[in-house]
Design a protein around this ligand. Structure first.
Ligand code: SAM
Length: 285
């Protein structure tokens, strides 16, 4: 009887690459990039430049957001055939607001070894140089690009008790600061631009102060914005009516948001609160 030996599985290495300064790559990352059979890259042309700089000639395949499902199948097949694969994104740590999570998840499902090679990330560089968090923070990456959706996302963050870490492109960063100031109010905030690059710029200020510094200017380079939690205002009000009026007058919550919040906070039916809120919303009370 013939017994077919199953090839040993390969390993999927999740490799952090620099976010600007090429000296930020680790020795382990360089060795692994040299030794793997193939590198799966978000943009092969971009990664080719990095590899050329370090004299690495490992073959590349592309792994990008729009084809994550399809490319993941191919990568999993290769790993199951015993190939070792390094996953990289254009900059920083894969799967942090970058493609990667789909193939990593599939690798776990298929009992394929996954090995992280930690290194640069705009997230850790910014939070560690902000002085705004010594414990927790909420990292959300990019908020929606569309204004309405972005404002809705910010409204949902009004009560967040942690510093909020956001990624933003040069094109939209002023819009983000404007919406954040309008919705979250005046708060301490940090703006890290062009981290690890020649024109690195770190600003510790308030949302309003940050906006003032960029008025009329063209913003260049990538940014991380960190927004501190708001001062907690004492919510006054004993009855549901008083609470509805308090939220109406002191928050950005919509009628629907208030009904949802109060019904869950107080354990009463949402439609009951909604009906009450409906009558109070436009009244002069
Ligand atoms: N995976 C990457 C990481 O680990 O940081 C993030 C990739 S995400 C597509 C790109 C965003 O990260 C940029 O729009 C910016 O918000 C942030 N970013 C990347 N490099 C940066 C840098 N050098 N300075 C400031 N922000 C940066």
């Amino acid at each position: 009887m013939h017994s077919q030996t199953k090839p040993t599985m390969g390993t999927l290495y999740i490799i952090a690459t620099p976010i600007g300064n090429l000296e930020d790559i680790s020795i382990r990352a360089l060795n692994t990039l040299k030794e793997v059979d193939i590198i799966a890259a978000e943009d092969t042309r971009h990664t080719k430049k990095l590899l050329n700089h370090f004299g690495i000639h490992t073959p590349l395949i592309s792994y990008y957001r729009e084809k994550e499902e399809q490319r993941s199948d191919e990568i999993i097949n290769r790993l199951q055939e015993g190939q070792n694969i390094g996953l990289v994104s254009d900059a920083g740590t894969p799967a942090i607001s970058d493609p990667g999570a789909v193939v990593v998840h599939r690798a776990h499902q298929n009992d394929i070894p996954v090995v992280p090679l930690p290194g640069a990330s705009a997230l850790t560089a910014a939070i560690s140089s902000s002085g705004l968090s010594d414990s927790g923070f909420l990292f959300l990456g990019f908020l929606p690009a569309k204004k309405g959706q972005r404002r809705k996302a910010l409204t949902a963050l009004i009560d967040c008790e942690y510093p909020i870490v956001l990624y933003e492109s040069p094109r939209r960063v002023i819009n983000l600061l404007e919406d954040a100031l309008e919705i979250l109010g005046q708060r301490p905030a940090f703006w890290a631009r062009e981290l690890t690059k020649k024109f690195e710029d770190l600003k510790n200020d308030t949302l309003e102060g940050l906006l003032k510094t960029c008025q009329g200017k063209t913003i260049r380079g990538e940014s991380v914005i960190i927004i501190s939690p708001g001062e907690r205002e004492e919510i006054t009000g004993q009855t549901i009516e008083e609470l509805i009026i308090w939220y109406r007058d002191n928050s950005e919550f919509s009628l629907k948001d208030v009904s949802k919040k109060l019904s869950s906070d107080l354990g009463v039916s949402r439609s009951q609160v909604y009906q009450l809120a409906l009558t109070l919303w436009t009244s002069n009370t």
